[in-house]
Ligand binder design. Structure first.
Ligand code: MFK
Ligand code: FAD
Length: 502
């Protein structure tokens, strides 16, 4: 059977291996505390956490509807590795860093750098973390008052036994993009000022969460509700069990059988009297949950850039081990050209998404200019839609660079492609985000485009050499041509779409 075997690619410390990340942080956030934390975390990710991530995939969540005596329990059983991810996330401050703000306007860049290192090894625990971060942001922007004071401190703590994750239950059977028309869930007012929710949520991810934010229509005395967006309000609900161990006001119908993200329990939920509190003003549900969308869409961009970085890192390592036609892959110019193209994509994505994190950090500590605020609003959907598509293409190319091994399940490589495919679907599909870009251009009377071009010019002027210019040009050009495409596509659409930009 022969004595030589193929060598596997080796995952090294993802922080030390990433010259672009290191350079970016040394330029903008050169604090020793940050760099050493990322270096230590990178070591832990490579040596320990990556194995847990794999365990989450091979030991996916299961739904147990009944206990042995026939009582309905609806337990979502997750793997020990998934539970370890929760403790690790608290300890490492993966949400907390964004709220501690120890590094001022650069706190988000620090937090997102850590998530960027973590993401490809996280067994998709980044999904509940994104929603948890989004929920904390919504609560903070609405005002941390009762009844959500307790929730806010659980979401932003570093203590594992206190840490909560949040769900984001928006999608119903009638519509995930068009929640204004699709939401049938109603909120029945109770005498103490709280509500009970009744309806069906069609996609709810990381359903082992401790709480959720969700949308529903308040019923008046006759049971009637207001249709459309103006009828939707934002609610906070805790996921809890009664003394018999049954979920309060929730039945888990089933777990989804998905192409990827198999590590994450994604369930269909029947809400049957779920106790809840209204968080927004009545009828301001969509506008109030928009802060959550901003955060989760940025997390999505981080995951996309991170998966591109990981596949490039592994492909580069493999190129130093695998021989073909008498020499290592790294000595074949054509193979290196392929890797170089992937590298450029990964760099462009990283710079684009980090710039949005920088803007978010500035906005959160109150130093953002009007230009920054416009840019943050414009670039968030652009980053989400652009990097989501890029990730699928780059990871697919990356798999090919391992030859046949890229197609073999237990190498852990195909998971990356399956999981990348969701990045353009959840948190708003490409076309829906394209329309969001148009809406934002229209509502700012073109101010966002002005902000965009000024920013692009300053990026180019700030580049010190032709080689340092390349990723910035790539990022800006890519986003700009996407933007032009949307505008062209919108122009050929029926008048209802054009109205958006009118
Ligand atoms: C790994 C990391 C990733 C984490 C993954 C987490 C797991 C996956 C979880 C999910 O997928 S959760 C479900 C996510 N669902 C979506 O993203 C829905 C996609 N659809 C949209 O984004 C639609 O554009 C939207 C539902 C927002 C449209 O709703 P409407 O009611 O038709 O919106 P309308 O009337 O245009 O806007 C209502 C208000 O919200 C307006 O404010 P005003 O009333 O003050 O004028 C808008 O300006 C505001 N708004 C809408 N989108 C906004 C926004 N504000 C800021 N940013 C936005 N993006
Ligand atoms: P639709 O809205 O029916 O869209 C179908 C197609 O039509 C898409 O291609 C879309 O781009 C296009 N389209 C729709 N409207 C327009 C338009 N105006 N112009 C042009 N094209 C348009 N949701 C949650 O709320 N919480 C969760 O935790 C959650 N987790 C998920 C996990 C996974 C793994 C997946 C796959 C989805 C999850 N979702 C979740 C749902 C997800 O957010 C929705 O599937 C997504 O927003 C799209 O909604 P939809 O499925 O109803 O598709």
């Amino acid at each position: 059977i022969g004595s030589s075997f193929q060598e596997s690619p080796v995952l090294k410390n993802p922080f030390l291996e990433d010259a672009l990340l290191g350079g970016y942080l040394r330029r903008h956030l050169p604090q020793e505390a940050v760099l050493s934390d990322l270096c230590e975390f990178g070591e832990r990710v490579a040596k320990e956490v990556d194995g847990w991530g794999r365990e989450c995939e091979v030991n996916p969540p299961q739904l147990v509807h009944f206990d042995p005596w026939g009582c309905r329990v609806d337990h979502i059983v997750t793997s020990p590795a998934w539970k370890r991810m929760k403790s690790l996330s608290a300890q490492e401050g993966l949400v907390a860093i964004g709220y501690e703000r120890s590094f001022g306007e650069w706190s988000r860049v620090y937090q997102m750098s850590k998530l960027y290192i973590f993401s490809p090894s996280a067994g998709l625990y980044t999904c509940p973390l994104a929603m948890t971060d989004g929920a904390a942001k919504v609560i903070q922007s609405i005002g941390v008052s009762r009844p959500v004071q307790k929730a806010y401190s659980h979401l932003t703590t570093r203590q594992p036994d206190q840490f909560w994750t949040s769900g984001q239950w928006m999608t119903e059977r009638q519509g995930g993009s068009d929640v204004a028309t699709g939401t049938e869930t109603v909120a029945a007012p109770q005498t103490d000022g709280s509500y009970t929710l009744h309806g069906f949520k069609w996609f709810t991810s990381a359903t082992d969460a401790d709480m959720t934010l969700t949308l529903a229509r308040v019923q008046d005395r006759t049971g009637a509700t207001t249709p459309g967006s103006r009828g939707l309000s934002l609610f906070y609900a805790e996921v809890s069990r009664d003394e018999d161990g049954r979920l309060r006001g929730i039945e888990v119908q089933r777990l989804k059988d998905k192409l990827g993200t198999r590590q994450v329990p994604t369930a269909e939920l029947l809400l049957d009297g779920l106790p809840a509190h209204m968080l927004s003003e009545e009828g301001r549900g969509v506008a109030s949950i928009a802060n959550m969308l901003t955060i989760t869409r940025i997390h999505n961009g981080i995951s996309a850039a991170a998966t591109m970085r990981r596949v490039v890192q592994l492909a580069r390592d493999y190129a130093t081990r695998r021989t073909a036609f008498g020499k290592l892959l790294k000595d074949h110019p054509l193979h290196m050209q392929t890797l170089a193209r992937m590298e450029v994509e990964a760099r462009g994505a990283f710079l684009l998404v980090m710039d949005v994190c920088r803007l978010l950090g500035r906005e959160e500590i109150g130093v953002a200019s009007q230009l920054d605020t416009h840019l943050l609003r414009l670039l968030t959907p652009v980053v989400k839609l652009y990097t989501g598509k890029q990730a699928v293409a780059v990871v697919s190319e990356g798999l090919e660079s391992f030859g046949g091994q890229g197609y073999i399940e237990d190498t852990g490589l195909p998971i990356m492609l399956r999981d990348a495919q969701v990045l353009s679907i959840w948190e708003g599909t490409t076309n829906v985000l394209s329309l969001d870009v148009l809406r934002c251009v229209a509502r700012s009377s073109g101010m966002v485009l002005h902000a965009y071009f000024s920013h692009a010019k300053s990026l180019l002027a700030g580049a010190s050499s032709v080689s340092s210019l390349a990723p910035a040009v790539k990022a800006v050009d890519g986003a700009l041509s996407e933007l032009q495409n949307f505008i062209q596509v919108a122009a050929t659409r029926p008048p209802s779409y054009l109205e958006l930009a009118a």
